[in-house]
Write a protein that binds this ligand. Sequence first.
Ligand SMILES: N[C@@H]1[C@@H](O)[C@H](O)[C@@H](COP(=O)(O)O)O[C@@H]1O
Length: 241
Amino acid sequence: MNVQIFDNQLELDAYAANLFIDRIKAKPNAVLGLATGSTPIGIYAKMVEKYRKGEVSFAEVTTFNLDEYVGLKPYNDQSYAYYMNKHLFAHIDIPDTQTFLPNGMAEDLEAECARYDHMLLERQIDVQLLGLGHNGHIGFNEPDHALSGGTHMVKLKEETREANARFFDSMDEVPEYAITMGVGSILKANSIVLAVRGADKADIVKQALTGPITTEVPASLLQTHPRVTVLLDREAGRMLG
Ligand SMILES: N[C@@H]1[C@@H](O)[C@H](O)[C@@H](COP(=O)(O)O)O[C@@H]1O
């Protein structure tokens, strides 16, 4: 693993954005795997800035998001569809037909997981962006005695709902279920960028990067992938030797 520790957030954001932009410059029709949460916001802002300066075009890029809550309409401001439009898609030249997220409003959620998985099987993600949950989750793959390879529905752990409650008006509004890309699909990406910030993630960063490879810390499976770049701020990296 290539681990980079940054003194400030802006440097981390710029470095991460460049990894994606360099890939698009080398391969204009690159397939990007995208993530949500607070960490990627600055990375997307940097991508938008570079797009506005004319440094990159997303016209041929395709994107797949990791996950989506079940039961939130796309125009609900807490849905990941809304987030992606707000922070990235609305500001760049990517056609709507080339951006994909699981549909958490699908009537038949099993069929929706199969549909999303089918699309992922047909394509290879060139660069996959990941954040890290406090319990080691990636996407919404929660710690468990076994993990799913493909897209599936998950019941969110209470700790995850609590961590994400800060974005909602009350805990009752935080969805209980989500659809997430599986760990198998994530590990199939050609390269992976894991971005993590904050002292509250230092312990799980250490477990994920240096602890045993276990489904109880889903991010520890990244140790098995040959091309992972880990981007940390000082706080998140403070427990690494
Ligand atoms: N489903 C997302 C994850 O994909 C993300 O990595 C995590 C961490 O988010 P943050 O960057 O806000 O800590 O939040 C959510 O649970």
